[in-house]
Write a protein that binds this ligand. Structure first.
Ligand code: ADP
Length: 892
């Protein structure tokens, strides 16, 4: 095998790539890119760029196309040293990349090839796959000319050719090396019986050796002619991920013309390739090759020109493009089983929907026949980015620029992925620990554990689904901002065609299942159906399901509680089939005991660290210590005076009353009284009020007043001091942010995060029940359901929901506004207040648990703020303090 041929095989379809590679130094297109100065600068310029630019790095050592440097430079990326494959975010190669290179990539890196794409980019593999699909789905896969792989299918080809001759049909055939490029080794045969079984040694086109695997294909004898010349289209397609599949089509491209007027091979003697091949690499050698003055003249023209040309001749251009796009999508669907299988094998730890490390810009060669039917000739996985003519530069630079923008590579990606990995491994550790604990009790609670595992699995599934939907929504948003000429073609916007493509994909997976492993089997088909279906649940529905699942899990994990006589009973038995609000409202006797529960500061402090969070609670309930009893009495008195009853079921909560300003007190009492005197009721539908909209709103406003009176109690601090502490933390948010995030997202597990939110949930519920003087079921009320949604949203994605609110994200709000019956303004205000309370609660628990150690010096120096020392001092001085709620105003 000649070195040139070896190079061709390796480049897997890189047309001009190999030719340019043979040129001694500077590739001919460089000058066109950046002017005359560039030509002389050559490699020095690259060197210079390496030092000049900083930020996101790109390794371009395996490409020789200057236009790629230029596109990368435009985005402000820096060019890394050739041997550096660790720091760059982007790696570009003109050649295919072996799977192990893809496995080694870090999560934030991107490479411009998918493993498995050769299934459509090699001529023989493309024809095999298309033949298989044409057998199963003949109506869908009929856009490639009939093809035979040689030498294996030689006898069946001969038979076909003879049968045609027998019935007097004279057909021509085109012979191509299986892995050839740039027209090398291609020959046209007027008689099929003359096609050699094993190629021609040194006798092919251009003196190339055409022995070895090859294909022979029916020749499209009646192509569309432009001014008498045969032409084909170079269309660019971008695949940004395969798990799930996302495909874009570039709404511009190249029209490449042959350089000799066309005639059917059966009707003319000439078999020159300048008449039958449209490759630039072939025709540029012809003396007739014309470099046009603009995009509408010469041997290379624009797609825009083609559209105008066809429109003038009354062709149905939109239909033609619909057919072309259909061809593109179907071809990518044909390779999807291979892409998915290879990708999942290379990146087993990447969950579906995570950022893809691979992307690919494919060059499709499409031939139009005289009826404008598109035929797929070839898929290039390394289309040439040579820019010899201005039209090349315009189109190809446009493709590259927009494709790289669509990938949305950001300097923060590395840290983002590193953090995600850290959180993941911490979570795995925690899961491992709880499994250990489970094992201890396995004999007694086997069934219970199984159920719990099922629920945990379900919860994880839902969380993953939700996270995927959110990422998709983010990508959609980015796409809307970025796309100018790229247009997403899969998944499509049009519901009908999307459903058709999903069905097709399932059928293709069935037909092409590449052996065992990822991408095969009924499980994968079900997953695909869910992933791409138009009927898949929306974010809100998933959140509802998640909230229900959390609730079931919580009921399942509910610790045994003490009845009035001190005996333990399983609280779960009493709480089945209840809504979340009810869950937090055990019978009055239990409620009172729990409400008065206080833990020592040390206990609270440790709460985030280990499983004692639950155990302390159970112990305290069982022991019924004196302190609890004393508090109980005090709270009983409070209840009698009409103050907010405490409803804690968590160890860190107590409610208490602080003195309030007379004005506030007055206002709240008056509002409350007015509500009662008007006899506000809950209607049967669960709505607020008497059915009268105005009254309902008034009730809602009263609720808001009362919610505004609620604040988080900081142990050892007055309400005012607590507010200052939180304000201090917020003021130095930049310094404290990472620690709070680490605490909330990584240190606390789902259970503990839920407990923090439950502190707010229970007190908000108590506030609501005070307003709710009617006999109707509060749990079925609309406001309860709204709050339910908000809490679920805040806990979603492993706490990301609440965390996002610190970054001013109001995605919970958008979710509510997308509801069929969006909340009214007062309802929304109530929800906002609840979110604020959740934030305060998290910050208070964080500060009190001692997580503030490092940043607290910044929190402030005033006596009311916490510092490391003051935190520990608190612990010493107030052994029985708890993080809890203060009700600013007492209600009459
Ligand atoms: P290469 O990869 O070597 O360029 P292609 O398969 O792209 O090989 O074919 C080269 C050119 O030959 C195409 O651009 C097209 O003009 C012509 N061609 C290829 N296949 C056919 C066919 N079946 N019928 C008519 N023309 C064809």
């Amino acid at each position: 095998m000649s070195s040139g041929q070896r190079r061709r095989q390796a480049s897997d379809g890189a047309e001009e790539a190999a030719v340019s590679a043979r040129l001694p130094q500077v590739s001919p297109h460089r000058g066109l890119l950046t002017g005359a100065s560039v030509e002389s600068a050559g490699d020095d310029r690259r060197q210079h760029r390496r030092h000049r630019r900083r930020g996101v790095g790109a390794n371009l050592s395996a490409t020789k196309f200057d236009i790629i440097y230029l596109a990368v430079e435009r985005l402000g990326f820096s060019v890394c040293p050739d041997e550096d494959f660790v720091t760059p975010y982007l790696i570009w190669s003109d050649l295919g990349v072996p799977p192990d290179r893809i496995s080694e990539l870090r999560a934030h890196q991107r490479i411009n090839h998918f493993p498995g794409m050769s299934e459509i980019s090699r001529k023989d593999l493309l024809s095999r796959n298309m033949a298989k699909l044409a057998r199963v789905l003949p109506k869908e896969y009929k856009f490639t000319p009939r093809t035979w792989c040689l030498p294996g299918e030689y006898s069946s080809f001969l038979q076909h050719s003879r049968e045609l001759r027998k019935v007097g049909k004279l057909r021509s055939f085109i012979y191509k090396p299986a892995n050839g490029a740039m027209g090398h080794g291609i020959r046209i045969y007027k008689n099929g019986e003359q096609v050699p079984c094993n190629g021609v040694s040194g006798g092919g086109n251009g003196g190339f050796d055409t022995t070895g695997p090859a294909i022979v294909q029916e020749y499209i004898a009646k192509p569309l002619l432009i001014d008498g010349f045969k032409c084909d289209l170079r269309i660019y397609v971008l695949v940004t991920s395969c798990d799930p599949l996302r495909v874009y089509f570039y709404n511009d491209g190249l029209l490449r013309l042959s350089t000799e007027k066309y005639a059917d091979p059966q009707k003319c003697e000439s078999d020159t390739l300048y008449m039958h091949l449209t490759n630039y690499s072939v025709n540029k050698r012809s003396e007739n090759y014309a470099k046009g003055d603009d995009d509408s003249t010469g041997s290379k023209r624009s797609i825009r020109f083609l559209n105008e040309y066809l429109q003038k001749r009354d062709y149905d251009v939109p239909l033609m493009w619909r057919n072309i796009i259909d061809l593109l999508v179907k071809t990518i669907i044909a390779v999807q089983p291979h892409l998915l299988q290879h990708y999942r094998m290379c990146r087993p730890a990447s969950p579906p929907g995570s950022d893809s490390v691979c992307f690919e810009i494919l060059g499709f060669d499409v031939l139009l026949d005289h009826k404008l039917k598109p035929w797929l000739v070839e898929v290039n996985r390394s289309p040439s980015f040579g820019a010899e003519q201005p039209i090349d530069r315009r189109v190809k630079l446009g493709v590259l620029d927009e494709a790289l923008r669509l990938l949305n590579i950001r300097a923060s990606d590395r840290a983002r992925h590193a953090n995600a990995q850290k959180v993941q491994s911490q979570r795995r550790l925690m899961r491992g620990r709880s499994n250990g604990a489970e094992n201890q009790h396995q004999h007694q609670h086997l069934q219970q554990l199984q159920r719990e595992r099922e629920l945990v699995r379900r919860r994880e599934e839902l969380q993953a689904q939700l996270a995927r939907l959110r990422r998709e929504a983010d990508r959609d948003e980015h796409e809307i901002r970025t796309c100018r000429l790229f247009r997403r073609i899969f998944p499509g916007d049009d519901r009908v065609s999307q459903e058709r493509y999903v069905k097709l994909m399932l059928a293709v997976f069935g037909a092409l299942t590449p052996g065992r492993g990822a991408g095969s089997g009924a499980g994968t088909l079900k997953e695909l159906e869910e992933q791409y279906s138009c009927e898949r649940p929306r974010q809100e529905e998933l959140m509802d399901q998640l909230a229900r699942c959390e609730e079931q899990l919580q009921q399942h994990q509910q610790p045994p509680s003490a009845d009035a006589s001190g005996k333990l009973q399983n609280g779960r038995q009493h709480q089945n089939h209840r809504r979340p609000w009810q869950r937090h409202h055990p019978p009055q006797s239990v409620q009172r005991r729990q409400s008065s529960l206080t833990l020592s500061a040390d206990e609270v402090d440790d709460s985030a660290d280990d499983d004692s969070f639950d155990d302390d609670y159970n112990d305290a309930v069982e022991s019924g210590d004196r302190q609890t009893e004393a508090k109980l009495e005090a709270e009983g008195a409070d209840d009698a005076s009409g103050r907010l009853p405490s409803v804690s079921s968590t160890p860190t909560l107590t409610t208490s009353t602080s003195t309030t300003t007379p004005r506030r007190r007055h206002t709240v009492v008056a509002a409350s009284g007015a509500g009662r005197s008007r006899g506000v009721q809950a209607d049967r539908s669960g709505g607020i009020g008497t059915g009268d909209q105005q009254e309902a709103e008034q009730l809602c406003r009263r609720m808001l007043d009362q919610l505004n009176e609620l604040c988080i109690r900081f142990p050892g601090k007055s309400a005012q001091q607590a507010e200052q502490v939180l304000a201090g933390l917020r003021q130095n948010w930049r310094q404290n942010k990472a620690l709070v995030a680490g605490y909330w997202l990584a240190k606390l597990d789902a259970d503990k995060r839920r407990k923090v939110i439950d502190i707010v949930r229970q007190n908000v519920r108590a506030t609501l029940s005070r307003c709710w003087r009617s006999g109707a079921d509060l749990d079925e009320s609309r406001i309860c359901r709204l709050f339910d949604r908000v809490f679920a949203r805040l806990l979603s994605s492993n706490g990301q929901g609440l965390w996002a609110t610190f970054g001013n994200s109001a995605s919970w709000e958008s979710a509510l506004l997308r509801m069929r019956e969006p909340p009214s303004l007062p309802e929304l205000a109530c929800c906002r207040r609840v979110v604020q309370l959740c934030q305060d609660c998290l910050l208070t628990v964080f500060l009190f648990s001692g997580q503030s150690a490092a940043p607290s010096a910044d929190v402030g120096a005033s006596p009311s703020t916490l510092s490391r020392d003051s935190g520990s001092q608190l612990k010493r001085e107030r052994p029985s303090l708890s993080v809890g709620f203060t009700y600013r105003a007492s209600l009459g």
